[in-house]
Every structure is written in structure tokens, then in C-alpha cells.
Ligand binder design. Structure first.
Ligand SMILES: Cc1cc2nc3c(=O)[nH]c(=O)nc-3n(C[C@H](O)[C@H](O)[C@H](O)COP(=O)(O)O)c2cc1C
Length: 199
């Protein structure tokens, strides 16, 4: 498996784990254990959220189960090409309103992003592939998976055992390289907005 640390150099000192996490597509097709699955969701569980709302929900499908095609068929073709070797596909839902009073929760998607990153970092520690996805049919996810109106469909992700380049369709092999990041100076600004990249 490719080691992201061979491709990436942080500008400032940080924990190696942040740099080591990346989004490979090559997976072997081997399963993950029930214990591994629960450990991943355990990591998500400890994410911070507004008022400790914990508004994330995860709908999962494991390979070779009746649920698998429900999730797999949501994906765009480009994602199906490499997710065919995943061990688990997950749809992340975000409860849009506060459980205690039904009022809109402005950070429901933000909190779910925190939970996903926790899970992705845990997966990295465990040597697993965790790869986020927006390339799927959001409306179909809602209907196929019976998602109620007060939940947003936030994103999907694939989990799997790492594979070799040969496990990928040929045109995806050249993209299987850990990416770099914008410099810190391009993403921070003291005080008022003064970035140059408005559209
Ligand atoms: C919410 C989300 C949606 C994404 N959607 C897709 C996708 O549909 N297909 C895909 O191949 N990668 C997808 N990615 C992976 C990103 O392209 C990847 O995270 C980004 O290029 C940074 O690379 P890294 O995760 O390897 O550091 C997604 C990532 C996130 C967090």
C-alpha cells in the first residue's frame, strides 16, 4: 500500500496521523471484521458536536449482504468502478433539527464532518482504506433507504482492506497518489475577509 508520508511534507509540525490519512481507491475486496467495523464507528461516536447533539447517523452495507446492492447502486459509475472492491459502504445522515425542541440545527452537516474525520483517522491507524464520496444519487439514497425528511443525506464513504494498483481499473491507477495541500497562508486571514479566491 502507498504510504502518504512518502509524498507529503507538512509546513508546520503536526501529528503524523493527519498527514498519513489519505483517500486511496485500491482495495483488495477482502472483508473487515465486525469488530473493526464497530471500532470505526466508535471513533466517530467521540466527535464533538453542538450541545453534544451527536446528530450523525450511519447506514451501512457490507459486501455479500442483501443491503450491499442498495448502497452500491446509489454510486455514480466512476465510484462504482473502485468501490466494487470495498468491504463496506456507508451513507452518513445528519439530523437537521435539535432532538429536544425540533428547532433547526445550523451545524448538523459540520458535526457530521467531524465524525467522519474521526472515523477516517481511526481507519488510518488500523491500516484500512476510508474514502469519502459525494458522487452518488442523494434523492435515490433518501427513497431507497427510507430516510425521513428531518435527516439530511450528508455524504457516503467506502471502507476496505488496502489493495494493489492492479486491483484498480487502468484509468484510475495514475490518480492513486496522495495529494498535497494549499499553504497555510492561503487559508487563514487575520480579521476581515481578504482572500483573493472569490468566484
Ligand atoms: C465529502 C467528500 C466527498 C468526496 N467525494 C468523492 C467522490 O465522490 N469520489 C472520489 O473518488 N473521491 C471523493 N472524495 C475524496 C476527495 O477527492 C479527497 O478527500 C481529496 O482529494 C483529498 O485527498 P485525500 O483525502 O487523499 O487527502 C471525497 C471526499 C470527501 C471528504
Amino acid at each position: 500500500m502507498i504510504n502518504a508520508l512518502d509524498y507529503r511534507t507538512p509546513e508546520h509540525p503536526i501529528e503524523t496521523l493527519f498527514v498519513a490519512r489519505w483517500s486511496p481507491r485500491a482495495m483488495s475486496g477482502e472483508p473487515i471484521t465486525d469488530e473493526e467495523m464497530r471500532t470505526l464507528f466508535e471513533a466517530a461516536r467521540w466527535a464533538p458536536s453542538t450541545y453534544n447533539e451527536q446528530e450523525w447517523r450511519f447506514l451501512y452495507a457490507r459486501r455479500d449482504t442483501p443491503e450491499w446492492p442498495l448502497h452500491f447502486d446509489l454510486l455514480v459509475e466512476g465510484n462504482q468502478a473502485w468501490c466494487a472492491n470495498a468491504a463496506m459502504l456507508v451513507v452518513i445522515l445528519a439530523h437537521k433539527v435539535f432532538a429536544k425542541n425540533g428547532k433547526p440545527n445550523p451545524v448538523h452537516l459540520f458535526d457530521c464532518g467531524c465524525a467522519f474525520e474521526n472515523l477516517a483517522l481511526q481507519g488510518t491507524v488500523m491500516g484500512l482504506v476510508v474514502h469519502g464520496m459525494q458522487g452518488f444519487d442523494y434523492d435515490k439514497a433518501r427513497t431507497t433507504l427510507s430516510v425521513p425528511d428531518d435527516y439530511a443525506v450528508a455524504a457516503m464513504f467506502a471502507v476496505g482492506q488496502p489493495g494493489e494498483l492492479a486491483d484498480l481499473p487502468e484509468k484510475l491507477r495514475e490518480r492513486e497518489t496522495p495529494s498535497d495541500r494549499k499553504p497555510v497562508e492561503e487559508i487563514i486571514c487575520e480579521g476581515k475577509f481578504a482572500f483573493n479566491d472569490t468566484t
